[in-house]
Design a protein around this ligand. Structure first.
Ligand SMILES: Cc1ncc(COP(=O)(O)O)c(C=O)c1O
Length: 382
């Protein structure tokens, strides 16, 4: 069992931060790596051509390890989820009437690209809604998703958990269904990878795209994606020199190459060897790999169990089965409004997010059971 990790962060002593789904606080080790990165550019002579590649390889291995992917070369650096998804969408074509299946109210970076593709190519975007009512909501939402995947489905694009209320999607069953109909499975792992176990080997999606600044504990503007073999011969959205064959040879760069670096490496963002953000991301992933996502889940489960039990006893709704322990939505009993609860939480300096009709609670290893209980008490006494 993980012990509380707050000492690894520089969180202010006042206030309760239950909002890693918004943005993680920075680890001391990550801050240090960033400062060293800045210092490094004091002297460009010390930055050798090899340095443009070496740390990225370390990062690939760390991320591949985290997601149980045997081929680290499938992992690339991206600046944002929208960028990673743009590379996916640029390599998918639809015929009139083909369908792209998503969940309702997904984060826009995994909606807008599909909207655009459907608009341009005559496809239909099908957003599968949860059932009305709270009973078995997560299980029934998963069933609905499976039912929505049919012969005309070309793509299913989802998170592992819903970003707003934490509902966990059964990616194993969904992958099986997509195989039956020959559809791609594209996952936005931003709100789960790092804090919840994910196995590339087990799910075998066609792409996994993650922002780095939440559960991967990294800096902003730096994320990771993993592309499966479907994309190996595809066309990237930008034509940058470093993704072409032999780019390691700086003297020969104008011997222009037709070929890309093999497979997924063509999708890596230009200037991926960012000398400040890259070492930060490496330090962040070293810590995340060391914590282990299953231990983060256990920790979050333990610190939130009592608060959740109390909230349920007082008429608040929280998904029972189909959710992770690091991110959950709280829906209010009828006599309360989000606005009034929000004011009370703000007064107590408790930080959560309000997404749709939910209070989104996102604890991590720097939080305590006592903080979650205080949060629960504010809601119960509202
Ligand atoms: C599920 C999900 N995906 C992606 C993002 C960020 O997207 P982008 O990197 O395109 O800004 C967020 C941010 O909150 C998110 O919650």
């Amino acid at each position: 069992m993980l012990r509380n990790q707050r000492s690894r962060f520089t969180l202010p002593s006042q206030g309760t931060y239950l909002n890693c789904a918004y943005m993680s606080p920075i680890l001391k080790s990550v801050e240090k790596a960033g400062i060293l990165g800045i210092h490094r550019k004091r002297n460009p002579l010390a930055i050798k051509p090899l340095d443009f590649f070496a740390e990225t390889e370390t990062l690939r291995s760390l991320f591949a390890d985290l997601i149980s992917c045997r081929e680290a070369n499938r992992v690339v650096v991206i600046p944002s989820v929208s960028y990673g998804m743009a590379n996916v969408v640029a390599n998918v074509s639809l015929r009139r009437g083909d369908r792209v299946v998503v969940a309702t109210e997904q984060f826009p970076s995994n909606i807008y690209p599909w909207q655009r593709l459907c608009l341009d190519q005559g496809g239909t975007l099908v957003a599968v809604a949860p059932p009305d009512g709270a009973e078995q909501r997560g299980r029934r939402w998963n069933e609905r998703l499976l039912e929505a995947i049919g012969q005309r489905t070309k793509v299913v694009a989802l998170g592992h958990v819903h970003w707003a209320d934490g509902t966990r999607f059964d990616l194993k069953a969904i992958r099986q269904r997509t195989r039956e109909v020959g559809a791609l499975l594209i996952i936005d792992g931003t709100q789960s990878v790092g804090a919840m176990p994910f196995s590339w080997q087990e799910i075998q999606p066609d792409a996994l795209v993650c922002a780095g600044y939440k559960w991967l504990m990294g800096p902003y503007s730096f994320g990771l994606a993993c592309y499966g073999s479907f994309f190996d011969q595809g066309k990237p959205i930008e034509e940058n020199w470093i993704n072409r064959k032999y780019s390691e040879d700086f003297t020969g760069l104008v011997n222009y190459q037709r070929d890309y670096q093999p497979g997924a490496l063509r999708y890596e963002v230009g200037e991926h060897s960012n000398f400040v953000l890259m070492p930060m991301m490496v330090a962040a992933l070293q810590q995340v790999v060391n914590w282990q996502p299953n231990r983060v889940q256990d920790f979050c489960e333990q610190i939130s169990a009592r608060a959740i039990k109390r909230l349920r006893e007082h008429g608040f709704w929280i998904e029972e089965q189909e959710r992770g322990h690091h991110l959950f939505g709280v829906r209010l009993p009828a006599h309360l409004t989000l606005q009034s609860v929000r004011e009370k939480l703000t007064k107590k300096n408790i930080h959560v997010s309000f997404r749709g009709d939910c209070i989104r609670v996102a604890p991590h290893v720097y939080n305590t059971a006592s903080e979650l209980n205080t949060f629960a008490s504010v809601l119960i006494e509202s």
